[in-house]
Design a protein around this ligand. Structure first.
Ligand code: GLY
Length: 563
């Protein structure tokens, strides 16, 4: 009997202990004044050190960006591009487009064979896949407009990191080992990345250190002209690509008016075209706004259903209407108009899924890479910066510029090679996103800033290709509707729907069997088994007492550093 009582006592304590652990609120790093959250501790620390030296968020942006190019070569870059959304402490907001663009000699059918069929891998692997990089122009542009510390002090920590090396993590060793064969296939020399990597190895990149020195000393010209430009153009030409010196000299980052809209009593500012993030985020949140989410449980059948139907309609519009606004006319106001969105949602029923075959774009694009990266910064002066940057898929085109030590993007695949044919990740595109010389390819990047009552509330963004938009969406709703802290929000399992293919992608083991069965009985197709993680969200939340809480995604090696 005594034994039985003891057994019941142990079971009771264990079950209570489990409940307690389950209910314990997860909290990220809390900082009093300033914070950087990025894909790697080293990069976040370099950015945070710059802030501690008295630099502002823009100085930290430049320093963090170059540091990620060293310590996170899978997506951090100088051979890629990206977008930045900012909010200054006086409430002024803006955004910078440093997206890659098509070479001057690019043309609409450059990835098609003589029969008009898309040539496999031509837009994803090797020199033909490369768009003109925008990252260095972007960082220099940010510095010229807002920087406060000497430029060389912002680049030097990354030069040291490249020269002295850093410790390879387990996740990073796996990632590099998975890509080795493709490095070998694409390059005509043995790159320093071609070896069997293991956790704890030290990665030193002397050629990259020298490239960064040229950027440190000559700014934009250290990349787009002189030795770096020669190395880039010569190597791409050797591999059969079409990038010229003129392409590099002509590249400019562009300041653009971001998309700003209200969701309930929040003001949300996100990236405009050629990034589709802002428009799609506005469409989806406005589709959801009329529904009372306080009566719908987080990640329940109804919640997933509602978001899925809103996402389905928005991604159908994305595929048809969206492209580079410097080249195509996009009805942005109509697409984000409340009446238009309500009309789009009028076919939604709680009783059954709307098949994507019955949803076209309104009247008036598989999967992209998971290997983009995002960093969020808030400085001690109250300025906020949200940056998403990428090489497109992991290590981009896998072309490592000989003698210069950096990877080039494969962003050309974000164009629609042929209208109606999905890109490597399954996204469809139309004429609006077809290739033209110097045009920017459509992106899903969604660097975002949320305000409440005129005050900074949240800085958020993520990698994840087409799932970027829906990951940012879910984190905004986690915080604004479900009152979650930043780390708690980032840790939540995520799901995604993008019109076509007509499936709900779910992170494995994140959703209950009951929820999945309910969704299936309503006609939804669930894709979970081989689904990968969805996004790696790095975000900062301003707490009611003014402190900052970091949300660093445990799906990667992401880390918040602050003070
Ligand atoms: N390359 C991913 C994106 O820009 O959406």
């Amino acid at each position: 009997m005594k034994k039985l009582i003891l057994l019941f006592t142990v079971i009771f304590l264990l079950s209570n202990c489990k409940t307690a652990t389950k209910n314990k609120k997860v909290t990220g790093l809390i900082a009093e004044k300033a914070m950087v959250v990025s894909a790697r501790k080293e990069a976040s620390k370099i950015g945070s050190d710059i802030l501690q030296k008295g630099g502002n968020a823009y100085d930290a942006m430049v320093a963090t960006h170059f540091a990620l190019a060293v310590v996170y070569p899978v997506a951090g870059n100088i051979g890629g591009g990206g977008f930045m959304v900012y909010r200054n402490n006086d409430g002024t907001k803006g955004s910078l487009d440093f997206r890659e663009k098509a070479p001057i000699t690019a043309h609409r059918d450059m990835y098609l064979d003589s029969l008009g069929n898309v040539i496999k891998n031509k837009s994803t692997l090797g020199a033909h896949a490369v768009g003109i990089p925008g990252s260095v122009a972007g960082a220099v542009e940010v510095y010229n407009k807002f920087g406060s510390l000497p430029f060389n002090e912002l680049v030097q920590p990354s030069i040291d990191l490249a020269r002295n090396g850093f410790i390879v993590t387990k996740k990073q060793a796996n990632s590099l080992n998975n890509a080795t064969k493709r490095f070998e296939k694409v390059n005509n020399f043995k790159t320093l990345f071609q070896k069997e990597w293991k956790e704890g190895d030290v990665l030193k990149q002397e050629e990259l250190a020298q490239t960064l020195e040229r950027i440190r000393d000559f700014g934009k010209n250290g990349f787009y002209k002189g030795k770096t430009a020669d190395l880039l153009v010569n190597y791409v030409t050797e591999l059969g690509g079409i990038i010229s010196h003129k392409d590099l000299e002509k590249y400019k980052a562009i300041w653009r008016k971001p998309i700003t809209f209200n969701y309930k009593d929040y003001t949300i500012t996100s990236m405009t075209l050629p990034a589709s993030g802002g428009i799609c985020l506005a469409q989806i949140l406005k589709s959801v706004e009329p529904f009372n989410l306080s009566e719908i449980n987080h990640n329940s059948t109804k919640y997933i259903q509602l978001l899925t139907e809103a996402e389905r309609r928005s991604y159908a519009d994305r595929a048809n209407f969206l492209g580079d606004i410097d080249f195509v006319k996009v009805p942005m106001d109509s697409l984000t108009n409340k009446n238009y969105i309500n009309k789009r949602m009028s076919s939604f029923s709680w009783k059954k899924a709307t098949p994507s075959s019955e949803v076209s774009h309104g009247k008036i694009l598989g999967y992209e890479s998971n290997e983009t990266t995002h960093y969020s910064i808030v400085d001690q002066f109250g300025n906020a910066v949200s940056v998403t940057t990428t090489l497109n898929t992991g290590y981009g085109s896998k072309v490592l510029v000989k003698g210069a030590g950096f990877f080039l993007n494969n962003e050309m695949d974000d164009f629609s090679s042929k209208p109606g044919v999905p890109n490597v990740y399954g996204l469809l595109g139309s004429e609006a996103n077809s290739i033209a010389p110097e045009k920017r390819m459509l992106s899903s990047m969604t660097p975002t800033i949320v305000e409440q009552n005129g005050k900074l509330k949240m800085v958020v963004g993520t990698p994840g290709g087409s799932t970027i938009i829906t990951s940012v969406l879910q984190n905004i709703l986690n915080v604004t509707e479900y009152n979650m802290g930043m780390q708690e929000s980032v840790n939540q399992p995520r799901f995604h729907h993008q019109w076509l293919p007509d499936i709900i992608r779910m992170e494995p083991n994140g959703f209950t069997k009951e929820t999945k069965t309910n969704l299936e009985s309503l006609g939804y197709k669930i894709y979970e088994k081989n689904s990968l993680i969805i996004g790696k969200v790095d975000a900062i939340l301003v707490l009611p007492n003014g402190q900052l809480e970091g949300g660093a995604d445990p799906r990667g090696d992401d880390t918040a550093v602050g003070f």
